[in-house]
Design a protein. Sequence first.
Length: 128
Amino acid sequence: MSMTNDFKDFIAKGNVIDLAVAVVIGGAFGKIVTALVSGLVMPLVGYVLPKGDWQTWALGKFQIGPVLGAVVDFLLIALVVFLVFVKGLGSLKKKEDPSLAGDTKTCPGCLESVPKAATRCKHCTSQV
């Protein structure tokens, strides 16, 4: 195959398209979180800071305010990603896993889970 055909096959894979969609949605989500942090969270932080304005907060020549805003952005995005993808989708996968259901048994040949009513394993085709 030529390089152009290899490249077309690579682009046509679902993983590449899914990744592109995730990057675009992630960028939009990042903008929402940045607006939330700069509009709601950081003004509350500004009440605690001595000067009151978090954007101009500095220690000597070091501008701490913008760094603090970026850190809070990151932490909120990481928290939402953890809650939605790790915990949320993880719990859905556990519910969908047939091996967790009580109506399965283990194949003696390959140790995979098969339904109790099965007479042959769908993985190794041995009798169970």
